[in-house]
Ligand binder design. Structure first.
Ligand code: SF4
Length: 234
């Protein structure tokens, strides 16, 4: 095994328990409305049932490591001689980062097993709603993790950058493998498949930087001409 990778893997991975919550407005957007109120009554009833189910099925697990970048140039973020991320937009976002938080989180397999069961029984609407709620839940867990980190580092007069995941914007999804190399796979409750998709499906991986308070915060979407991008952040 390459020594530098071994060094990373021999370090301890931290974990944190965050029970996700379902934000109604986010859910309504996924289900085609603007606010929860605007959803039809029959859907609101299904959402209530799915919410109870979800609370029992979600098994949150979130692991992270805080690593120092060893080099940074216009389109590469190097964490170690063997681990470098290639993305111009990520590199510019992390330009002032003193440290980088790398994370992998999941809400487990329970929800997707239930979605598959509902699909098998032709309960398509129930399956769709539960699946949408699980997507909101896993994003909520990661948002709250990032908020907690922001609070933690504000005590040191530092803040966090925007978050990136492999496959987002110009960061190739294939670099998911490099991100997973930072962790000891035995410590994660997420498996990386050859396709670079994660198992369980409702998992999120990514990075964000820790920068000194007041340093320039870059959002690549602000000067991007791709107007129709679904991932746009303003
Ligand atoms: S709008 Fe889309 S393509 Fe443009 S920078 Fe943002 S995420 Fe990337």
């Amino acid at each position: 095994m390459n020594t530098s990778i071994y060094n990373y893997m021999s370090k301890t991975t931290a974990s944190i328990h965050i029970q996700p919550t379902i934000e109604n407005d986010e859910l309504a957007k996924l289900l085609g409305g603007q606010k929860k109120k605007s959803l039809p009554k029959s859907i609101r009833k299904k959402v209530r049932t799915a919410r109870q189910k979800l609370n029992k099925l979600v098994k949150p697990s979130l692991h992270y490591r805080i690593v120092k970048p060893s080099a940074m140039d216009n389109d590469v973020v190097q964490l170690d001689e063997a681990i470098e991320f290639t993305s111009a937009k990520l590199a510019k976002t992390l330009k002032n980062a003193e440290e980088i938080v790398c994370f992998v989180g999941t809400i487990g397999t329970g929800v997707e097993n239930e979605v598959n069961r509902l699909l098998g029984k032709q309960k398509l609407a129930d399956a769709y709603i539960l699946d949408a709620m699980a997507s909101v839940a896993v994003e909520n867990m990661i948002d709250r993790f990032q908020n907690l980190m922001e609070i933690r580092f504000s005590a040191e007069d530092r803040t966090v950058t925007l978050r990136f995941s492999p496959g987002y914007c110009d960061w190739p999804v294939s670099q998911q493998k490099k991100l997973f190399n930072i962790f000891n796979p035995k410590q994660l409750n997420v498996e990386l498949l050859d396709s670079c998709l994660m198992k369980p499906r409702k998992s999120v991986s990514g990075v964000f930087g820790i920068t000194p308070q007041g340093s320039e915060s870059y959002n690549p979407c602000r000067d991007c001409p791709t107007r129709r991008c679904e991932s746009r952040r303003n």
